[in-house]
Ligand binder design. Structure first.
Ligand code: ADP
Length: 398
């Protein structure tokens, strides 16, 4: 089989990240990775580097909007300098109730997924925009939607069903769960020794935690939207619904339309809350750790809320799984913040989770539990692009 270049696209609010893999039957070699960053700011950057880290493109273009940014990527990858992609995988956070399988992107599929942008309002509109552009700028190349919700499709109804009137459930309101591609990549890396009872904590700017039995998702902390679950950088996580009503009524006192009030509430719970809201300083763990060293009490409280909530969630998932064999930390905080891992695990020795302080003093992949810990604790960086490539190849073959 000739080697096939596959492009992976992962778009955020101010950036478009991408990587190109060369693939064969069992080969998966990353050739290039790159990004356009600083969209709609005056600090636009466009770079592409090869596997050795050598920058092949390193530019500071004007990036007034996403269209200009994506055209730069498409023009570069369609030029003779790079192998033109034969298939494209798009990371899609949520396709709604009707699109739960990874699949070929068609205009009709995009229209269907667009009906449910409210379920991941910070992510879906951007991904959909890039999908439409990719169909235009890479004509004839098959594009595939690879969903973060796909991994969570095995959750039982008792977990996915929300305690709300049936009419809203019928509209697709349920627990979907996110970070699924990251979770899949952890299972992939644990093969062939997948523990029966596993908890994975994906702790990045957005944070979630999943209970996984024999490699299949049993429960996950995020719900209808990525704002649910554990507290994260700028998001509340699960919260007393009465608080939402209180804030909504306060906003409504000075707002003309109900839609405008709802938009403002969304900003409060998704962009102004979490670590940022409590610390009134930053959503970035590195800033908060620095502030804690300087004696900043609000930063201390924010981080304590974060680690405390995660420890509580771990406790409930151990109960749900009926025990635990392994716990994995991943995501920017999970991989790098030694103190967060120590603080989360500090109160969990009764559950059999015992860290070794010296082993925990690492960044990146490692086993960090004590030799005599009944439960193994590991740090494993995610490999999301690789999972997207695997799905693309499976779908291409199908
Ligand atoms: P995203 O969810 O946007 O992909 P990441 O997985 O990159 O985010 O995680 C970002 C978080 O990881 C930030 O809170 C950042 O402070 C934290 N982080 C990254 N590197 C370190 C580090 N060396 N020490 C502590 N925290 C870190």
């Amino acid at each position: 089989m000739a080697l096939l270049p596959v492009l992976v696209l992962n778009s955020g609010s101010s950036s478009i990240k991408f990587s190109v893999y060369e693939t064969g039957n069992s080969e998966r070699h990353r050739l290039y990775e790159g990004a356009v960053d600083g969209i709609a700011t005056d600090q636009g950057k466009f770079w592409i580097k090869d596997v050795d880290g050598k920058k092949l493109v390193d530019a500071t273009p004007a990036l007034p909007n996403r269209s200009v940014a994506f055209k730069l990527v498409a023009d570069a990858l369609n030029s003779e300098d790079f192998p033109s992609p034969k298939a494209i995988g798009h990371r899609m956070v949520c396709g709604g109730p009707t699109v739960q399988d990874n699949q070929l992107i068609t205009p009709a599929l995009i229209d269907e997924m667009e009906k449910y942008t409210a379920f991941a309002p910070l992510h879906t509109p951007i991904a959909i925009y890039i999908m439409r552009e990719a169909l235009k700028l890479f004509p004839g190349t098959p594009n595939f939607a690879i969903l973060d919700t796909y991994f969570h499709r095995t959750m039982p109804e008792v977990v996915t069903h929300m305690p709300i009137p049936e009419e809203y459930s019928a509209m697709g309101v349920r627990r979907y769960g996110y970070h699924g591609i990251s979770y899949e990549s952890i299972i992939y890396q644990l093969q062939p020794n997948i523990p029966e009872k596993l908890i994975v904590a994906h702790l990045g700017n957005g944070a979630s935690i999943s209970a996984i039995r024999n490699g299949e998702c049993l429960d996950t902390s995020m719900g209808l939207t990525p704002t649910g679950g554990i507290i994260s950088g700028t998001r509340t996580g699960d919260i007393d619904p009465g608080i939402l009503l209180f804030i909504l009524r306060k906003i409504a006192e000075n707002t003309e339309s109900a839609t405008a009030a709802a938009d403002q509430l969304e900003t409060v719970v998704s962009k102004r809350a979490g670590l940022l809201g409590v610390s009134e300083l930053s959503n970035d763990m590195r800033d908060l750790r620095e502030a804690i060293k300087q004696g900043n009490a609000k930063a201390r409280l924010a981080v304590d809320k974060f680690t405390w909530t995660i420890a509580k969630w771990i406790g409930s998932y151990v109960a749900e799984l009926g025990g635990l064999d392994m716990m994995v930390f991943t995501g920017g905080i999970g991989e790098n913040d030694i103190d967060s891992r120590a603080e989360i695990c500090a109160g969990l020795s009764a559950l059999g989770i015992v860290l070794d302080a010296e082993r925990n003093n690492v960044r990146g992949a490692a086993t960090i539990s004590a030799k005599n810990s009944p439960i193994t604790v590991r740090v494993i960086p995610p490999a999301e692009d690789l999972i997207i490539v695997n799905h693309v190849l499976r779908l291409l073959g199908a």
